[in-house]
Design a protein around this ligand. Sequence first.
Ligand code: IPT
Length: 989
Amino acid sequence: MVLAPAYLSDTAPGSGARVAPRAWLRSDAPTLSLDGTWRFRLSPTADLPDDVAEPALDDSGWDSLPVPSHWVLQGDGEYGRPIYTNVQFPFPLDPPHVPDENPTGDYRRTFELAADWPEGARTVLRFDGVESLYRVWLNGVEVGIATGSRLAQEFDVTTLVRPGTNHLAVRVHQWSPASYLEDQDQWWLPGIFREVTLAARPADGLGDVWLRTGWADGAGWIEPEVIAGDAAFPITLRIPALGVETVWTGREQIGRIEVGAVEPWTAESPTLHDATVGSTGETVSLRLGFRTVEIRGDRFLVNGERVVFHGMNRHEAHPVRGRVFDEAHAREDLARMKRFNVNAIRTSHYPPHPRLLDLADELGFWVILECDLETHGFEKNGWRGNPSDDPAWREAYLDRIERTVERDKNHPSIVMWSLGNESGTGANLAAMSAWVHARDASRPVHYEGDYTGEYTDVYSRMYSTVPETEQIGTDGSTAPLLGCTPAQGARQRTKPFLLCEYAHAMGNGPGALDQYEALVDAHPRLHGGFVWEWRDHGILSRTADGTPFYAYGGDFGEVVHDGNFVMDGMILSDDTPTPGLYEFAAVAAPVRFAFDRTGAVTIENRRHSAATDDLRFDWRAEHDGRVVASGVLPVPAIPAGASRRVELPDVPVAADGETWLTVEAVLAAPAAWAPDGHVVASAQLDRTARPLGADAPAAPRITAWRDAEGSTTLGSAVFEGGRLVRLAGRAVGGPRVELFRAPTDNDEGGAFSDPTGSDGAVPGVSNASLWRAHGLDRLVHRLVAIQEAPGALRTRTRVSAADSALSLTVETVWALVGDELELRVEVSPSAGWPTVWPRIGVRFDLPDDGDPIPSAEWFGLGPRESYPDSIRSARLGRYAATVEELSVPYARPQETGHRSAVRELAVGGLTLRTLPDGRGRLPGFVLTRHTPQQLAAAGHPYELPASGTTYLFLDAAQHGLGSRACGPDVWPEFSLRPEARTLRVRFGA
Ligand code: IPT
């Protein structure tokens, strides 16, 4: 046994020939990419001989591995497996030490240095991302050690590199002291996962360039900072499109440049100007955006206007590549964000690949750029030993923030720096902030964990509830704020507020996006927030029989893991947008419509600064979902922040049935991120003349009931012992009352890490546990009575669960009404049901008969699923979808597919229309191949049993969604309390 090397217990960020960080610049100085195939050897421990460094070592028996990549995602498990943990550390909490079991990858390659590699230049070896600690040798000589997995590092190798063949070796340890600073909620993915480059740094080149820009009152300016040696002068700054050409013959001349009238950069109109800075030996190119970031009182302003973040937390995650960057995929991802009205990104919880910020500049996003830092695993021990407040780690903290800011400082999209995530609080964070304030006074500092605002410029929280968020925004409120004395709370209320995380998008959800949005409208101190999170991090895997699936925590046999908590995105692992994202797009829409009684609509432009001249306003009128008239509303360009009242067209109103007017703001011309016609915002106005259901003939009042048994026929419906067996020429079973839904991740939420609920989750027993405890998933039935009358049949059933005295009484009445067959189901609970209910519905079973039901057509809300607190994107219309399309393949099967307020439905030869209950409410439907019980039992889609039946649920009501997987429960208004409900439908007989 040999002890692991001492540097694996050293809190220093690195050693050796590391050089100061600089901006990531496009340069014409020679570079040599060292990406490609490297020799690779994986060892289970870190106590290895330094043979890796020996140029003469025979590595012909080693494997080959691509760089960039993560070794655990290469091969078929022969290089270990990914590990997913959220807060937990996958190794003992023993800082700064890590276990001897420390997977270590040795990488080797040779490269040829071309004969024309500039002489007299310095040469640096650059790593853009290596997880987690790496030691580098060139031509047998140690170059240095570095940490900071998602940070760039350059080593000066001038004296080591030589013409001809060079031998490069890198030893990467999966675990290191730095792992204590990298406890982000994501997969642990070791390896060299970003580019490796050799770069010449000419003596007459540019050491670093920062073109700080500003904009006010129509004019822009640049405050340049250029680091260069004497030989580099003269240095010329050129911005051809603005006619700028400034020559500096000496350092002392470098100063502020007024560029005069210029279009500003904003996330909505991301105007960029190509610029070059050329010295005698090197030219770099940049794309400048002119904008000024500022905090005035409790307002966060860009170019003098308040910014509202409709943001996403963006991790770098790909089902095959992990955190290896793919520019085409990233561009499409950002374009998708734009299509869904996302205007901001928090780079949770580390700097992304540098190109991502070029894309953000170009497509237009407000970016909070976050440092690679999280020490969350210390929380469970009361933050004892937290590196954030331990002087031994100060240098590592400062190194991280310097590397973060210096690399990305030129990007106009970055409007705030964030020190990191969930790292408690302490002097090292304060020191980071002080460093940023000294280095870049033009951007505020964000860090959520600074509850009392000792060293940050904005007030930020995660998952605060709607009432608490309201109190934060309310002047004069003395409601206590998390972690604050009243005085500290008062101080925090003087700052701009943002939710760096909210609306946890795990599984089916989140609910209540609109409630948060309403607060942002009402309280200008509230600047919006960032949904947790943009995408699921599933890793594409296969079962033993080859079925593909997206793996989450535990699927790789991890010792400790956090299950599917990593599947909490607005898009699924395969990029499919979830219904939650459509809801977000509707809530965050920058254009709003308010109809009034006078036949007009007020159109409000809620953008930061762009007018609506890129939009066209289409309208259409529909009778029962069929278009009868359409056109374009004449709307003048509306400036940002303004509203216009526009007369609505006279639309023909249907005598029978419903008349609805839809207006849509669509792109009038293609944008970089969407084609023309793309819908940015829409709204519907009900113009129906008569109340819903008024044209349906009334059901007869039946009094002559007598007891019945055996079989009964009503029109095409056949009943055996009171139960439906055939309808409309096909086998149909039911209706069977169902209260259960396969618990969503939010239904399962509650038993959260922090019992005080200070992290936003509602502590306690989850709704799903209560449902199971009360047997909602295993209700049994007892038929109490069957009665018939001419043209009618009725049953009474008692429904209850094993060992429970709680029950439901369910009465069904079937009656022929003209050429239709009406079903009325009345559900009444016994007194004392203690929990909320998932649903009040009935299930019909439609066996395949060799021919599974392919699809459904309906007139109702759609096209996607909706629930009481996530229904803002649903529009009334006629829709069709296959049974498969009706369900969302969430990574862990759960309730999905509910279409609200259905009027008409056609499924497998059955047609039905619904009638409102006594309070005007219409049921929804779910059409699925699996029962809630089957869905609830499956951990992954591939675990669902083969099915021979399609199940149709008609739901008189569904419980809301909430975001209690990590945040607030369903708001009371949208919670389904046990109550009596009536469901009325008429089948085509
Ligand atoms: C919060 C984290 O900041 C984020 O990284 C992620 O883990 C999220 O939760 C849950 O998915 S921390 C939480 C304990 C409030």
